[in-house]
Design a protein around this ligand. Structure first.
Ligand code: FES
Ligand code: FE2
Length: 425
């Protein structure tokens, strides 16, 4: 395996070349185990990592387990109503105290010697306690709390480091787009539908990160989908391909980015406007809450990437879980928009299944490409990948790199942040 890092006294940051004409990334960022190790420490254990939505844990006792970088955590709602992020490691001798993916329990009991912890991590019992002094200070042996846990509109993020910006500052460049995404619900609320569905592919996590806002591949990878739409007389291939030229991509600060199709109040050209036209009660609720300019923004369809592991799609929340340098798990959480007619959500679920579902016409084709990339990246004749599409024509407005819908501006923003974080000691 070719890894340029130690050989040439390069730093990991040098594996991304921010050349104004030819932005490129070194293939070893997808294939070298030591780069992956460094990413887990320098990125995933130092920045804000998405761990779930509050609606997944509605009642005290609800919990889920997650990985943040390499580290197993429990996210749990205690009887005080608050949510806690706890390291899933028994304070006695290190076993995980919770082995389930999600569930409901009033305590976590370690299987090995029966130490018992409350949902806020407090140590509340141990087997054969007489083996310890009577005055043992149990408060010292609770499950360790993650350094920081914060929520934005119910989206929960953990940061394992006490240092660095708060969540609000991290999200600031992408926040207005996240708000528009919530705005399809007149109360700006969503409800996650459990369980998620998931896929795993034998490739690097960044292949999924690069793909969700890639507006270039659709006419090729998803041509079979376009043909299905034509066969079912929903739209012609030509119409879909025309639509795919519209809108823009935005590369944002802090590694975030998005693909955007234009919004409109015209039912013929936007989903939200169409739903408002079809369901007058939805239109009324939306008009009460938002003015026309806001409605145009809300009706724009966006795939929003929140660095480093979260995508917000129109039908689902997508979570990228890096497992190894060449193994990635992806979880798709379908959600309901709150306070909209049930028929709207139902049609969203069916649309989701049709494109993103396990037997869908879209996502499986993307996953196939990720495995083809991981295979091709083993060839190192010229180890550089190009991400320079549209560099000559992008505009920078208020820190946003705005490009044609098929350009690689958001991928460049992702890798600028990657480079910054990987260059730090
Ligand atoms: Fe958990 Fe011993 S390792 S009780
Ligand atoms: Fe795709």
């Amino acid at each position: 395996m070719v890894v340029a890092v130690s050989e040439a006294r390069r730093t990991y940051g040098d594996l991304v070349v921010d050349d104004p004409r030819e932005f490129r990334v070194h293939g070893s960022i997808y294939t070298a185990p030591q780069v992956f190790e460094a990413e887990m420490h320098r990125i995933f254990e130092r920045t804000w990592v998405y761990v779930g939505h509050e609606s997944e844990l509605p009642a005290p006792g609800d919990y889920k387990t997650v990985l943040v970088g390499r580290q197993p955590l429990i996210v749990s709602r205690h009887e005080d109503g608050r949510i806690y992020a706890l390291y899933n490691r028994c304070r006695h001798r290190g076993a995980v105290v919770c082995r389930e993916e999600r569930g409901h329990s009033n305590f976590f009991r370690c299987r090995y010697h029966n130490w018992v912890y409350a949902n806020n991590g407090a140590l509340i019992g141990m087997a054969q306690a007489s083996g310890y002094p009577e005055d043992l200070d149990r408060s010292r042996y609770g499950l360790v709390h993650a350094a920081r846990l914060e929520s934005y509109r119910g989206l929960l993020f953990v940061n394992l480091s006490q240092d660095g910006p708060g969540l609000a500052e991290h999200l600031e460049p992408v926040r207005k787009y996240v708000d528009y995404w919530f705005g399809r619900s007149p109360s700006k609320r969503i409800q996650v539908i459990l369980p998620p569905h998931r896929y795993e592919y034998p490739g690097n996590w960044k292949l999924q990160a690069e793909n969700g806002f890639d507006g270039y591949h659709g006419n090729y990878v998803h041509l079979s989908w376009q043909r299905v739409l034509q066969l079912s007389r929903e739209s012609t291939v030509e119409e879909v391909q025309q639509y795919r030229q519209e809108g823009c991509v935005r590369g944002l600060r802090n590694g975030h980015g998005l693909l955007e199709r234009p919004g409109s109040l015209n039912p013929a050209s936007s989903w939200t406007a169409r739903m408002m036209h079809r369901y007058p009660e939805y239109a009324e609720a939306m008009r009460k809450r938002f003015d026309d300019a806001e409605l145009v923004e809300i009706s724009a369809r966006r795939n929003i990437f929140v660095f480093p592991n979260l995508y917000l799609f129109d039908t689902h929340i997508r979570v990228i879980v890096p497992r190894a340098v060449d193994r990635t798990e992806v979880q798709l959480y379908v959600y309901a928009l709150e306070d909209v007619p049930e028929a709207i959500n139902r049609s969203r679920y069916r649309g989701h299944e049709r494109f993103y579902g396990p037997a869908g016409f879209g996502a499986p084709d993307d996953i196939e490409v990720f495995t083809e990339m991981q295979t091709g990246l083993a060839a190192t004749g010229d180890p550089w990948n190009l991400l320079n599409r549209g560099q000559h024509r992008e505009r920078v407005v208020d820190g946003e790199h705005i490009g044609h819908t098929t350009d690689e501006a958001p991928q460049r923003s992702l890798y600028r942040e990657w480079k910054r974080m990987m260059s730090e000691a």
